[in-house]
Design a protein around this ligand. Structure first.
Ligand SMILES: [Fe+2]
Length: 310
């Protein structure tokens, strides 16, 4: 089976107006609005769908409040859906599974999260990770600056869950994910295909008995877009959770904000691109493996004030 990445994330939100305001400020493109449902796209045609958390059309939530209600993975072709269906029936027979349409398969994972699978309609973004935005020598040209971000793709999603091993086993054994790295006994970074960005799914040990959405990450073009986008979001009044900074595992630049749709939202750029040759590491969960550097309360545009004399 060939999984391509995250195709669509459906959120059930308590406050639709706040959710809309956040995604607009985040730089998402609103492409459709009908019957209480807002559809946003990234540059590569990945989708975020917002509905009221009380909407009866939504699948069951894994937790109270605003959160993800359905996570849809893109596959290469309709034949992959048959393959996933057979793998689930053979290897995890108790899994709730439904072929809603010939091109859409739905199941429920061990966290209770509803997953969809459908042939991908996303278009590759011009840059993949590891490339720089402007590889040509810059002579007589200004460097890049962004007034706001335009999220290019939905890169990864993160959940906390009490039994990581059980959830990891399902994703790896049944759906063909593979571990890219691990914090021993605490967390695992998984990718949905042999070659691609370092992780598409990250599972962290939950501090309680429930599973929770932790964050959703949007790839942007380069570090300047992380800064430019982040400063615009901060200026619009959305609180920073942490960042900007640079992770050690996956090497990406990041900036996380509180997301009224559920969990946090992350801008990231320049993450590691791995292949079958990548050797998954087992590391202790220590600050030195979390961030090379990090600001905790964001950064703002220069306001013209010099606070100390030279
Ligand atoms: Fe992340």
């Amino acid at each position: 089976m060939k999984l391509m990445g995250i195709e669509r994330v459906v959120f059930g939100v308590v406050d639709m107006a706040e959710g809309r305001r956040f995604l607009n400020d985040w730089g998402m493109r609103l492409v459709e609005e009908h019957a209480g449902c807002l559809l946003y796209q990234t540059a590569d045609l990945g989708e975020i769908e917002l509905m009221a958390s009380t909407d009866p059309r939504l699948p069951k939530a894994i937790e109270p409040g605003s959160t993800v209600r359905e996570l849809v993975w893109g596959v290469e072709s309709p034949a992959d859906l048959d393959e996933i269906e057979s793998a689930v029936r053979a290897k995890s027979p108790g899994t709730p599974l439904e072929r809603l349409r010939p091109d859409f398969l739905r199941l429920v994972d061990p966290m209770g999260l509803t997953l969809g699978f459908t042939p991908s309609k996303r278009t590759p973004t011009p840059l993949c990770a590891g490339q720089v935005a402007d590889p040509a020598p810059r002579i007589d040209l200004e460097g890049k600056r962004y007034e706001r971000a335009e999220p290019q793709r939905i890169g990864h999603i993160v959940f906390t869950t009490p039994d990581i091993d059980h959830v990891e086993a399902f994703y790896c054994t049944v759906l063909g994910f593979r571990p890219s790295d691990r914090y021993i006994g605490r967390a695992v970074f998984l990718r949905c295909k042999p070659e691609g960005e370092h992780h598409n799914l990250f599972l962290l040990k939950s501090p309680d008995a429930g599973s929770h959405m932790h964050h959703l990450a949007f790839g942007v073009r380069d570090i300047h877009e992380v800064f430019g986008g982040g400063m615009a979001v901060a200026q619009a009044g959305w609180p920073t959770v942490m960042g900007p900074g640079r992770h050690v595992i996956s090497s990406c630049y990041f900036w996380y904000f509180k997301n009224p749709c559920g969990g946090a939202a992350e801008y990231y750029a320049d993450t590691d691109w791995v292949t079958e040759k990548w050797q998954a590491r087992e590391l202790p969960q220590e600050p030195r493996y979390f961030s090379e550097w990090m600001l905790t309360e964001g950064v703002s545009r220069y306001d013209g004030v010099q606070r100390q004399s030279i």
